[in-house]
Design a protein around this ligand. Structure first.
Ligand SMILES: *Cc1c(COP(=O)(O)O)cnc(C)c1O
Length: 393
């Protein structure tokens, strides 16, 4: 045995068991030992599968990637250290100086920053356009346009993109359509069925679902693009930690149940809020009064997902009274946790905008975004009744 000399020789052999564990073992090992240089050659040349160094890949990441591949219906995805690592891998790993990319005009804040600051610094031109308006996106296309990046449902105003129209446009113009599917999840929307070329997730949110993991994922329809993404992720060190992957796998085992429950409660809560005095408007994609109602029904297959936005009457004072009055709900700028969380764009995600620009998006001081969790729906509605009453009294 390699460790017959005891002391620091590793590893000790695991005790023999004729049965096997039912839970994926956690493999924190950074390095993997091979028998001979020939054996290592076989691995590097792809004749046999084996791990070498965990930045290049490890079992816990592969287990999570395989699960997401199955959910999105596309093989070859890569797990990354965060959702933003996945977005960055797509933008920085596939585009080059002189290229042009079009982004949805309501992308996740840090994706917006990549579009505004980091890509232009590298000589990659960017334009933002409304992904619900195919003609506007078409008008933004240039000869050097290589990619369009959108989210199916926007944060926090829950506008629904015209993915089918964009997919046709991208096909006609030979442009890659990239969909960040974090909000909608593979349970709410399957971008590849609607012509997307690349799909991105922040696993941090609903997929892992417990606010204790930060991970991302990206997969492309084209195997060669998957290889380029995976090489870029390994080279730039965007690789995830085994422990995060292990926790994410655990969370993902209950993802479908959590999604169904949170979504059903979101429908109930949206209708409840709409009936409360002091609530100006409620935004939920499958409600009849949503501006993109028909598109939501078609694209999301009648699923509104777990996010509800609404606007309270009154200014900052009402907003403060509301979060103080929302007993047991965390006022925290994230989404997809087991517990319902509240976010207030004017003081967080959209604080950098001028009041005027926020007003254009409809983001007043009374605007809140709710990430609906797994609480009992009746209890949750009662908490909102009280908090809204506290805000408007
Ligand atoms: C949270 C989020 C991201 C970034 O993911 P992280 O895991 O926080 O890096 C990207 N896109 C969307 C839509 C998100 O909600």
């Amino acid at each position: 045995m390699r460790n017959s000399k005891g002391s620091l020789m590793r590893p000790d052999p695991l005790p023999f068991s004729a049965s096997h564990p039912v839970v994926t073992p956690l493999s924190p090992s950074v390095v993997y030992a091979s028998d001979t240089p020939d054996a290592l050659d076989d691995q590097y040349e792809g004749r046999v599968h084996g791990y070498t160094y965990s930045r290049e890949g490890h079992p816990n990441a592969d287990v999570v990637a395989k699960r997401l591949d199955a959910m999105e219906g596309m093989p070859g995805g890569v797990v990354t250290g965060s959702g933003m690592a996945a977005v960055s891998a797509v933008l920085l790993g596939l585009l080059k100086t002189g290229d042009h990319v079009i982004g949805g005009n309501q992308l996740y804040g840090r994706s917006m920053r990549l579009m505004a600051e980091d890509l232009p610094r590298l000589g990659i031109a960017t334009t933002l356009a409304d992904p619900g308006d195919v003609a506007a996106v078409d008008a933004a296309i240039r000869p050097e346009t290589k990619m369009i990046l959108v989210e199916a449902v926007s944060n926090p105003t829950l506008a629904v993109a015209d993915i089918d129209g964009l997919a046709q446009l991208c096909k006609d113009r030979d442009i890659l359509l990239v969909v960040d599917n974090t909000f909608t999840t593979p349970r709410g929307f399957r971008p590849f069925d609607h012509g997307a070329d690349i799909v991105i997730h922040s696993i941090t949110k609903l997929l892992a679902g417990h606010s204790d993991v930060m991970l991302g994922y990206v997969v492309a329809k084209d195997a060669e693009i998957n290889t380029r993404l995976s090489v870029y992720v390994v080279t730039t060190g965007m690789t995830p930690s085994p422990f995060d992957c292990w926790l994410a796998e655990r969370g993902m085992l209950s993802f479908e149940l959590r999604f169904e429950r949170a979504q059903a409660t979101a429908v109930t809560l949206a209708d409840h809020l709409a009936g409360l005095p002091g609530v100006k408007r409620v935004i939920y994609p499958t409600r009849k009064d949503h501006p993109d109602h028909e598109r939501a029904m078609a694209l999301l297959d009648g699923k509104g997902c777990n996010m509800v936005s609404f606007e309270l009457e009154g200014g900052r004072a009402a907003a403060n009274a509301f979060t103080r009055g929302a007993d047991g709900l965390n006022f925290a700028p994230t989404l997809g946790d087991v517990g319902t969380t509240l976010s207030h764009p004017a003081s967080s995600s959209h604080r950098a905008l001028s009041a005027e620009d926020r007003a254009k998006l409809g983001l007043s001081e009374g605007f809140f975004r709710i990430s609906v969790g797994l609480e009992d729906p009746e209890t949750l509605c009662a908490v909102f009744t009280e908090a809204v009453a506290a805000a408007t009294s």
